[in-house]
Structures are given as C-alpha cells and as structure tokens.
Design a protein around this ligand. Sequence first.
Ligand code: BGC
Length: 723
Amino acid sequence: MMFPVSKIDKLMARMTLAEKLGQLTMTAAGFAVTGPVLAGDSTDSIRNGTLGSLLNLFGARHIQDMQRIAVEESRLGIPLLIGFDVIHGHRTVFPVPLAEAATFDASIWERTAREAARETAADGVAMTFAPMLDVSRDPRWGRTVEGPGEDPWLAVQVARAKVRGLQGDDLASAESVAATAKHFCAYGTSTAGRDYASVDISERTVREVHAPAFAAAVDAGVAAIMPAFTDIAGIPMTAHKALLRDCLRGELGFDGVLVSDYNAIRELIRHGVAGDIVEAAVLALKAGVDIDMMAGAYREGLPVALERGLVTIADIDECVRRVLRLKERLGLFDDPYRRGATPEQPEAIAARRRLAREVGAKSLVLLKNAGDALPIAERSARVCVLGPLADAAREMRGPWAGAGYEEPSVTVLAGLREALPNATVAHAEGVKIDGQETSRIAEAVESLRGADVVVLCLGEAADMSGEAASRAFPELPGEQRALAEAVLERARGAGIPVVVVLFCGRPLIVPWLVERADAVLVAWFPGREAGHAIADVLAGRVAPSGRTPITWPRAIGQIPLFYAQRSGGRPEKPADRFTSKYLDVANSPLFPFGFGLTYGRIAYANLQVTPASVAAEDDIEISVDVTNEGARAVEETVFLFVRDRVASVARPLLELKGATKVAVEPGATATELRFLGVDLEPVLESGEIEILVGPCADPTQLLWSPIAVRAQGRFSSESDALA
Ligand code: BGC
C-alpha cells in the first residue's frame, strides 16, 4: 500500500515544532558488547518524537528494537530512518571503490552495489551514505580511495550503476536501500590535498568535472545527496544556496533529501560564516539541507530562529515533508520491520564471496611485466612471499570496511599456497608497514635463497587512506624501501625475478621501484577475497584486465597531474626553456590514466569514423580492429577520447567519451561532442574534432581520425548543462 501524500500532510498537521525538528535530526548510535548504545540519551528522544534518524547502527534485531520504540511508543509512531556507510560492501567486503573503478565495467559496479544493498538491508538498514562520487586528481588526498578516480565521464558511469544497484527497481523493497550521492561538490580539490581544506576552483571546472556525476545520480533517481564539508570560494557547501538550491534542486530537478555531513552544520561557525548555532542552522536550512547529521543545530537553533523571524515554519515544513516522503518511499510506514525480516541464505553469501573474488581479480592493474615474469610459471617449485603486506589479513579489507570487520580476509600468502599446492611457499615479513626497525631485513633477504620467484608485498596500511588520511609523501611508508632495495639487489644477483604486489588507496610515487622490479601489480585493497583474487592473477588463472582510473605521477611536485589538461600557450618543448615544464622532472606521468597490461599483447589498427561530417543529431559510428596477439584469452578496455583543437573555449588535450570492454561494440553519439561554451551553456561548434581510440590516455598510443561538425547549435534543455 502506498502512503498517499495527503497522509503526510495530515501527519504534519498534527506535529509539534519539536516533532518536526526531530524529523530533521540524525544522531549516532555506537555499539557496546551487549548491543547498541545511543549517543547521549537518545532512546528518550526517539520515544518523545524528537529524533527521526540514526546513523552508525546495524543488525536487524538492534534496529528493530529501536524502530519499535519509534513506531509503538512515540506519539505519532513515525518510523526511524537508519543510515550506515557502506563504502565497498557491507559484511562481504569488495575492493575499495578506486579499485572497482579500475574494472571500467558498469555491470560490476552495479552487481557489487546490489549485493551490498541486500546485505545492508538484511541488517535492518534502510539508507547508506554512498556512492562517493568525488573526482580526485590529487593522490595526497586520502579520500581518493573512496571515489571513482580522476575522470568525470568515468564518475558519471559509476554514479548511474551504483545508484541503480543500491536502490534496485523499488526503493520500498526489503532488498533496497536509499543511496546518498556524496560529497557535493568538488571536495576532491581541497587545497594541497589536505582533507577538509578550502576549495577554490572555477565554475567551469565545477560544471565540467565535479558536478556531472551528481547530475547522473539525480537522473538515476538517487534518494539523497550529502553536501561536502568544504567551502567553494568562501561559501561552505552546507550553506551553499546557489549550488544546493539553485543548481541541484532547480537546474537538476533533485527532489530528494539533502543530508548534511557529520556535524557540518555546527562547523559553519568554524568556517567563519555563522556567529552561533542559530545562524548556522538558518544558513543550512535556507540552503535546503533537510537532515542535520550530528550537529543538533536544527533542534537547538531553529526554534530561536523562528522566534526571530529568520526562518518560517514553511521553510521547516518543506524539509520535514521531504524526509517523510523518503521514509514513505522506503516503505517504512507500511512495514518498518521489512528489512531484516528474512535471514540471508548461505547460497547468497557464498555467491557474494565468489563475486568479491571475481571483482578483486578484475580490479588489479598490471603496471609492468618485464621478461614475462608473470604469470608465475607452473613449474616454479619455490616461491618466496615477502613484505609486511604478504600475510596481513586485516589490511586486505582496505579503509572503511563497514560491518565487514568481523569477516576474515584471505592473505596473499594463503591465496598463493592454495593456488600453488605443489610449490614450497616461504614467507618473511622483513619490516612492519610503518615501522622504523630494519633488523629483520637480512633474514628476509636470506629467505629468498633458491627461490624461483619472489613476490614482494608492499604498500600502505589500510588506514593510511580514507577520511582524514591525507599524505604529503604518498610513497612507501616506514622502512619498506630499504627492504625492497635489499631484496631487489640480492634477487638480481641470483637471477630471481621479483614481482611486486602494491597495496594502496591512491597512486604511490614509486618510480625507483617500478624501474627495478620485474613486475608490478597494483592490488589497491581487494577486500575479503584479496589473496584468492591476487593469486588468480599471479598464477595465471585470470589474465589481468584492470586499468588505472587515475594518473600515476613520477614526482610529488607534479601533483595534480591528470590527462585532461589544457595545452596552454607554451606547451612543453624539451629544447625550449620558456615552455611549461619543470627543470628537474618530465611533465609526463609514470603511468597515464587508463594504463594496464595483460598477459599477451593487444594491437590496435584501422580506426574508422563515419560519416566524415556530422550535424547535431547524427550518430557517429566508430570502429577499430583490436587484435589479441598473445596466446591466451584476455579482456581489453578500449578508450574513446575526443579533442577539439580549436573552439571558443580552450578544451582539454583529451576528453574521455567512452570506454568499453572489447566484447562490446564501441560507439558514441554526436551529442557527446558538446561542451560548455564561453557562457557556460552547452554548445556544439562547427569545425573539426579529433576522435582518438586506444588503450589509455597516452597520446602516442592512440589512433586518431578527424570528424567535421557541420552544425552550430545551442541546447535548450537546462539539465543537459551538466549531463
Ligand atoms: C564523512 C561522510 C560519512 C559521514 C557519516 C563523515 O565524516 O565525511 O562521508 O558519510 O561521516 O559516517
């Protein structure tokens, strides 16, 4: 049964101001050994109707207990909205989002989101604060790991798939949760990659790079959006009327719930735009923020603001209506106990683990494979697995593993022992991830004596990326370089190939390691099935197919480094000093966006673009021959870029417009040739556009063909501006 809107009106007519503000308030619940402990004495607030939402609570029984208080003991019986961060799987931990982005496979993004939604809902939770859609071009920023990487086109595809997967076909289903697209907007460009720091970028970059994924989420029907902690040019996003109300709600037509970030309304005081909690609450409400997460600002500040005439009851009602509407869409009024009513079946859990293994293997990126060091030869009798991440079960999950902390993860050591049952697998840790102690390096080096191959597992600890985990030196922490150099040196002397498996939540600056190792496989953090997934690729059961969704710099000083830069008037020329370059390092990246090797060689030829000239509504057909010159079946990701050399606004050197696994026909439509003109309105300008196709964003590896655009036109639909 649907709960008609008029019912919401009737309910609202009965609500006191305190009850209304309760619906706009979300507060945290923690866990004690015996069950959930609510922050403060929130149980009473639920009972007296002054608390409408909770976060950080999961477990069907606990949630149903809380729900029972709201529904059966509060005056109006309004069910609670319970939200939890499900960043990469709920109980079954999938690869971190940056790793998943590396699969360039929308069906994978959707499948993992669907499975995560099922698990989350089975745990009684109705809302999640995901997907994180912040484009990041700065490896210093720890939250890079939570997002889709550096490219807006990629972020759009991730947004669509994740919203579909989390919300399913029916938000009211016992297997669906409300998704929250976050963090609107441009959080990934915080100054110097420091978390929570100020943002100051052009409206063009907001619209072309950072907003499109949110527009796509809105198009996909996302239930909620969370404004970023940061400000843009002095206006905190939590109070950003122009971007929240005018752009998000007005231009993009978002009619869902805006939920503040954790304590963000109160932080408007520290930002320096509100003098006290009353002003903070007024700013957020006026900007259209519906739910106050953790600040208590609405409950405390809005009654005073009302009295002073700074807000009206209509302003408050508008938000309350949106929150009640979300509860209704989630089916909470019909049956607040629906989620978590049926325990999960063992087959579903087993299937999810298989999915974690499949996606884990597909998200690995092979950066180097000299002399075909990989896959590990079947005849290898002795494998030596070294390094602080070789047998580190807890680290495999990566940061923010939600409710997955109870689940054990498979280590590289365990995975390899299983995959190579006939080999002797030796192991030594050598150093701690972040330790300063080097005395065990010698023992590790000794252990590689007689080995056929060394697998050296290096990288960051899981908690070195994620929120509040920015790093000024995104390199190997601790004494890992000392370990690696000693191992590489001894192995070279003994003629033993060294395969590095690198764990990280961001590109690491390790040119020396890439140069000296025989093979480098980026594992990111693969999640629960890490060791199986990695062993599948190392032992050759699966050919690597991941592509890096973010550029790997050579030096920290190159950051931010990304493929879609503009030429500038003095592009780099090695022989000419007064061009755009460094004295001490090349401009080029260590590995470009989209880079990733496989077992074998793929050749591109015969790019065909027809017709030769197009108008606004025409389709373009693009085809290319992709030949597998290797001996085994592989999956190839084909990228489609465009470059507009002469336009009214200088365009990036390359812009991604499509990516597809080779089995699927590549294709694109003419509408994708639009860009935002001088006035930031979408325009298709006549002239020549280059179509470039190939394996990554390295221009020297791309085939290209020009296409003539005949028409010049403006597009009327406003929402297209961000599409
Ligand atoms: C993060 C959000 C998250 C929220 C609730 C904040 O610190 O920025 O991404 O959803 O906490 O856990």
